[in-house]
Write a protein that binds this ligand. Sequence first.
Ligand code: G1P
Length: 314
Amino acid sequence: MANPHSFGTGIRATKAVIPAAGLGTRFAPATKAVPKELLPVVDVPALEYIVAEAGRENLKDVLIITARGKNAIEEHFDAAPEIEAALEQKGDTDRLARVRRSTDLARIHFTRQRVARGLGDAVAHAEAFAGNESFAVLLGDDIIDERDVLLSKMLDVQAERGGIVVGLIEVEGRFISLYGSIKPAGEVIDGVIEIATLIEKPKPEEALSNLAVIGRYVLPPEIFDALRRTELGKRGELELTDAMRTLGQDGVPIHGVVFSGRRYDTGDRQDYLRAVVRLAVEHPELGADFSGWLVEFAKGISADAIDEAGRTDQ
Ligand code: G1P
């Protein structure tokens, strides 16, 4: 059921762009001095999970787009000679390896977004980095559990069929206004669906389907020209979704890979807390003790404390 315009190069992308320029207002005041991307999920900053995912997919060059007040991100992906020396002296080789890991995941490059003009504008900063190649975009808010497959399949689909590939999840109607919404052009076959068009954060009644775009994209270099042709959206930002729709109208194929694995939206406080708890339970060093404590702790939570807000897990 290939789109007649499908044209893959057969070559998987080797570059990744990670926008990390947002203000993190949903997490203020924690984000006054600490970039939200560096908030720890157990003992690793959220952003390191994302860079590690890129590294695992052989996306050897990673461009992180930061902004004013976010220099700590560069520090994190640099060597830390004092901490390393102290750990060496203590003979803590395991932790030493974990400290050094952030510098070995990929070749990491940085650029800064000067004005907070949205995700599309952040991606536009990657034009020179991408050159003529397709590239992946990984949003720092979405941690995809490394045991579940998404980006790998997206890169394969893009190599085979070209154009744009986005990550999708099924959401309940009332949550669609948090996401880009897609209009399918066919059925889901082997987890892949052709997309007719897409819109940014519709009201529930305007949703095009129950499939929502999550923070993984593989984009062709034509996206930069489309971004230049795109007007600011409803929230006064340059939306990546709008530029992708423009490319779709130009005849560029858009596919979605439907994901049903474990995903943690660390940009949302509730989901962030769930991510910390889930990953702590599974942590090789902390898991057993922490789980024991958690079971006891949960017994002490009264049913009255659980209201509707506590049952919004998607
Ligand atoms: C962005 C995109 C949206 C997408 C979402 C996924 O929104 O604009 O289309 O569904 O990421 O997390 P944001 O969460 O940055 O507002």
